[in-house]
Design a protein around this ligand. Structure first.
Ligand code: MLT
Length: 275
């Protein structure tokens, strides 16, 4: 399947949106500190009858553009990211979409749900959590900001890779580890700095959960050490009527680590709960 790519101007900035397939829209929101290319496995084989839209969040970008500078982004919030996504849907003439997010992408999906619930047809929440950062979490974010300042993207990749992919990928899938590293290094430290500050100021989305009325799929890699299985189980328990899929031999990025298993649960959810 060929992947289409377009540049859209949102909030005065060029944003890259990858697209594949034809039909009903699914908006896919990437994790930290990756970009839209996280979704390449799904873009290569979209579920029949569905159109995948995978934008970069503000300042993020793909390997081909990983040259030159990113203009200062200032203080960005998850609400800014969600506003960009609503503007993208407006630009594309999309009234409602299934919204899928991995980790930070899930934080943005919650913000989108708060801002524009009528634009969300269904939710796919992969390896994410609704809670805001606590004191310990914010302290780790400050360490990450210092690391970005000191060591740039090489240092970020070194610190994050061992947690981003599961132990099976670490030991048996060197190509997955190399791809995640490539996707991290493609980004500019300014985009990553802004994302850290967006995540550390995000609000608690727990109060939203009981009122989520759209079909919801919660996915988690069984080997995820960042948002482990009990977090996903709690999320599933809190969202009425949601479905839970625990994917074996995957860590924090199951759509990239075990794409066939991820695609199978996604396709089944879409057919049984959304279409
Ligand atoms: C992510 O994968 O998006 C991050 O691990 C989320 C976070 O740091 O809270």
């Amino acid at each position: 399947m060929s992947v289409r790519e377009q540049q859209v101007t949102l909030a005065g900035r060029p944003v890259r949106c990858l697209e594949a397939g034809e039909g009903e829209p699914i908006l896919l929101v990437h994790a930290f500190p990756l970009g839209a290319d996280l979704w390449r496995p799904q873009l290569a084989a979209p579920p029949p009858g569905w159109r995948l839209l995978a934008p970069d969040l503000r300042g993020f970008r793909g390997p081909a553009e990983a040259q030159g500078d990113v203009a200062p982004l200032g203080e960005v919030t998850v609400d800014d990211y969600a506003r960009d996504l609503v503007a993208l849907l407006d630009h594309l003439g999309v009234a409602r979409a299934v919204v899928g997010g991995v980790s930070m992408g899930g934080y943005v999906a919650f913000a989108l749900l708060r801002q524009a619930p009528d634009r969300v047809r269904a939710l796919v929440l992969s390896d994410t959590r609704p809670q805001a950062d606590g004191d310990e979490g914010r302290a780790k974010r400050r360490e990450m900001l210092a690391l970005i300042e000191r060591g740039g993207m090489e240092a970020v990749a070194g610190a994050m890779l061992p947690a981003l992919v599961g132990r099976t990928s670490q030991t048996e899938r060197p190509e997955v580890v190399a791809e995640v590293r490539r996707l991290v290094l493609a980004n500019h430290p300014e985009a990553v700095r802004a994302a850290v500050s967006a995540m550390m100021t995000r609000p608690d989305s727990t109060p939203l959960l009981a009122a989520i009325a759209c079909p919801t799929l919660v996915v988690v890699g069984e080997e995820d050490v960042i948002t482990p299985v009990p977090d996903a189980t709690a999320l599933h328990d809190a969202i009425p009527g949601s479905r839970l899929a625990v994917l074996p031999e995957a860590g924090h990025l199951p759509n990239l680590e075990t794409p066939d298993a991820f695609d199978a649960v996604l396709t089944r959810f879409l057919a049984e709960r959304v279409a």
